[in-house]
Design a protein around this ligand. Structure first.
Ligand SMILES: Nc1ncnc2c1ncn2[C@@H]1O[C@H](COP(=O)(O)OP(=O)(O)OP(=O)(O)O)[C@@H](O)[C@H]1O
Length: 257
């Protein structure tokens, strides 16, 4: 089966800073890929390249067999993207915003209205459908972003920190949505810092560090790299930051001086 997402020797410079140093990755349909790494490792940059937001990179990147440099519009039609920082048109209401998203995807207006209300209700936001989003909490905004990224039923979904700001019930709901989307054949590529979630819902976990893939496999396979119990422990060991206790001690000592 052809890969749904493929990266070959992906490199990215910002100015003279080498951020991605040759990422190779191949993802099949129906997989949930957890793409993790330390702050600043290049996760959002990789996602932005895959969705066509960053065209200047080296190497090859394709989504659904299409070149992300050339087939930008067709790719955008078939993917969903939930960005890292809530960049919503705040002065709109969720109803207005999702109608706007529906128009961008050329969806039928009556269906857009019906789907909007149904999805807002499922996220407990039906009472806020006509409120300006300037008044929304972080989690409420994140829910609207999640709905807008999935609204047009995309084949491939890119989620950058999708659980940011969500309460425990919403986290469980989003995890289940991700699982059920993948079970129905959709491909989910997401980054997150919440290791126990990544551990539980990913078919494959890809860890990047200093611009390179340092681990790529199921959680069971990754565990064989080190004799550690959890993904959190494995992550801190592999990314060279397993001195958090002494760093925390130094931090507290510094503010006490
Ligand atoms: N537009 C930009 N111009 C210059 N440097 C950038 C730009 N965007 C990102 N960077 C740098 O590229 C590196 C990777 O950033 P990126 O946002 O991809 O990291 P990330 O892995 O998503 O991090 P986080 O976990 O903190 O969200 C960082 O060092 C960042 O400072």
């Amino acid at each position: 089966m052809n890969p749904v997402i493929e990266l070959q020797q992906l490199e990215k410079y910002y100015g003279t800073t080498h951020i991605l140093k040759g990422i190779d990755l191949s993802v099949s349909a129906g997989q949930v890929i957890g793409y993790i790494g330390p702050n600043g490792a290049g996760k959002s940059t990789t996602i932005k390249i895959l969705i066509g937001l960053i065209p200047d990179f080296l190497g090859q990147a394709s989504v659904l067999g299409m070149d992300v440099r050339k087939d930008t519009l067709e790719i955008k039609r078939r993917i969903g993207y939930v960005p890292e920082l809530a960049s919503l048109y705040d002065s709109l209401t969720p109803l207005e915003y999702l109608q706007f998203i529906g128009k961008l995807h050329k969806l039928e207006p009556a269906m857009v209205e019906r789907r909007t209300m149904d999805l807002l209700r499922l996220f407990n936001l039906e009472g806020n459908a006509n409120d300006r989003m300037t008044t929304f909490s972080k989690g409420m905004r994140q829910k609207v972003l999640l709905i807008s990224g999935l609204f047009h039923n995309p084949d491939v979904v890119f989620l950058d920190e999708p659980l940011s700001g969500l309460d425990a019930n919403a986290v469980v709901l989003v995890k289940e949505i991700i699982r059920q989307l993948a079970d129905s054949g959709k491909t989910i590529f997401y980054s997150s810092h919440i290791m126990d979630v990544v551990e539980r819902i990913s078919d494959r976990i890809v860890i990047i560090n200093q611009g390179q893939v340092i681990a790529n496999g199921s959680f069971e396979e990754l565990k064989e790299l080190r004799a550690s119990g959890s993904l959190e422990q494995l992550f801190t060991q592999l990314t060279g930051n397993d001195e958090q206790v002494s760093i925390a001690g130094a931090f507290v000592q510094t503010i006490n001086q």
